[in-house]
Design a protein around this ligand. Structure first.
Ligand SMILES: NC(=O)c1ccc[n+]([C@@H]2O[C@H](COP(=O)([O-])OP(=O)(O)OC[C@H]3O[C@@H](n4cnc5c(N)ncnc54)[C@H](O)[C@@H]3O)[C@@H](O)[C@H]2O)c1
Length: 408
């Protein structure tokens, strides 16, 4: 019997960059309910409008032919599998903020029934599912783990803006609190994915694997940033050095740069906090994080020196999102560069046709220009901070044009 015929009723909780594509994917095989606490988002999604551009309009429309959306947990009572994809960010002190995850557990605990399965996809430190989420589910449901309900953990590896590694083709790690739940989770993910589904022996292994993937990138980018400084001091190009080194089969081809976004930088803080609680130092990871945190200051400094050297008084930054071809501005380090330059130059503007203008103003107090036509002046120096495809067609006559790479 196909997994889609077995009466699974799946709820996807949190419909953002991870949850919405999952909702669309699962809806191809199961009648699902998607839940987000943001009622405005639900209203837009019901019109197949996703202003964060996590998913194509056509896919949302298709999903809505079979599945429904809600912002009320009571509508999930008929479901027996709950997949949780809410944010796991950090607070102002870079400490893990598990409030959304805890809130979801509390809400779900009120509707959990015997036999239900809660699968967490949000990125967390090893131990979080069993030590933080399970007790909340147990308390609210008055049931015990593996007696009343069971849980699973399956880290999400979706890569925003990546057309090659699509949700359906990325191998998926799964884990569960009980063997038969693991088989069931294997069943449902194998049904929706083209890629392999990999069973981890415990929830903690799956959590630690995800953490390792992201922390490894943070450390390697930290090394690349440090090596870029070294190359600069030697008067050679890090780009060329990396290209040459990449011809060796086991060299990790990682470029230096700003580490923003919701995952890599943030997840390292999760690991460091957990390690601290276990009296572990992780000094390599700490150093890399520090190097990457300081990168925006360093770049702003180099831009300033360059601007002064060519007597540039007006600067335009192209792109504000945390990486190319996405409107996602969470934890973008371009905002840091902008703010630092603002203290030294009276005219620093930013153009980004992709990001949400209102969101940027609200979050970062930065007023951006959404199109070249909106620009009010000519600039002495234009720097492409983020490589959006749309910038390829734009011409800035008379300005000195530079790239972020020139300042790495
Ligand atoms: N974005 C990525 O590329 C990516 C990749 C891999 C893993 N992850 C991880 O996946 C998780 C989700 O990230 P995201 O980027 O999709 O976040 P997101 O901010 O895009 O979306 C999360 C959604 O959850 C909703 N939400 C928050 N609290 C809720 C609650 N109590 N009940 C219901 N809905 C609630 C929000 O309104 C939001 O729409 C995080 O742990 C993240 O680290 C993200």
């Amino acid at each position: 019997m196909k997994a889609s015929d077995k009466g699974y009723k799946i709820a996807i909780v949190g419909l953002g960059y991870v949850g919405l594509p999952l909702f669309c994917l699962f809806s191809k095989h199961y009648a699902c309910i998607g839940l987000d606490k943001d009622k405005i988002r639900i209203n837009y999604l019901n019109e197949a409008i996703d202003y964060r551009e996590c998913e194509k309009r056509r896919n949302i429309r298709q999903a809505l032919q079979r599945s429904t959306l809600t912002s009320s947990y009571s509508d999930l009572r008929g479901c027996n599998i709950f997949i949780v994809c809410v944010p796991t960010g950090t607070d102002a002190q870079n400490q893990p903020d598990l409030t959304p995850l805890k809130n979801v557990c509390k809400s779900l605990s009120n509707i959990l029934k015997e036999g239900d399965i809660v699968i967490f996809e949000s990125t967390v430190f090893p131990g979080a599912t069993e030590e933080i989420c399970v007790p909340i589910l147990e308390e609210g449901s008055s049931m015990k783990i593996n007696k009343g309900f069971t849980v699973g953990y399956s880290p999400e590896r979706i890569n925003i803006g990546d057309k090659t590694h699509r949700i359906v083709s990325i191998p998926k790690i799964i884990s569960a609190s009980k063997e038969d739940t693991l088989s069931l989770i294997y069943d449902i993910y194998s049904t929706v994915l083209e890629a392999s589904v990999v069973k981890a022996s415990s929830i903690k292994v799956a959590e630690a694997a995800k953490m390792y993937e992201n922390v490894q990138r943070d450390v390697l980018i930290g090394l690349a940033n440090e090596y870029a400084d070294f190359c600069k001091s030697e008067g050679i190009s890090i780009k060329e050095v990396t290209e040459c080194a990449s011809t060796k089969w086991n060299f990790a081809n990682i470029n230096p740069g700003l580490v923003g976004g919701h995952c890599i930088g943030v997840d390292t803080y999760y690991l460091l906090q957990r390690a601290k609680n276990k009296n572990q130092q992780m000094s390599l990871v700490q150093s890399a994080r520090k190097i990457n945190e300081e990168e925006s200051s360093k770049i702003a400094h180099r831009i300033k020196d360059y601007a002064l050297s060519i007597n540039a008084k007006t600067i335009l930054l192209l792109g504000l999102s945390y990486k190319e071809n996405t409107p996602d501005c969470r934890n973008t380090k371009v905002a840091d560069v902008y703010n630092k330059l603002k203290t030294d130059f009276s005219v620093v503007d930013c153009l980004d046709p992709i990001v949400n203008k209102e969101e940027i103003l609200r979050k970062y107090k930065i007023s951006i220009f959404p199109s070249v036509e909106d620009l009010t002046k000519k600039y002495d120096l234009v720097i492409k901070m983020v490589n959006h495809n749309v910038f390829e067609k734009i011409k800035f006559g008379g300005s000195k044009i530079k790239d972020l790479n020139d300042f790495l």
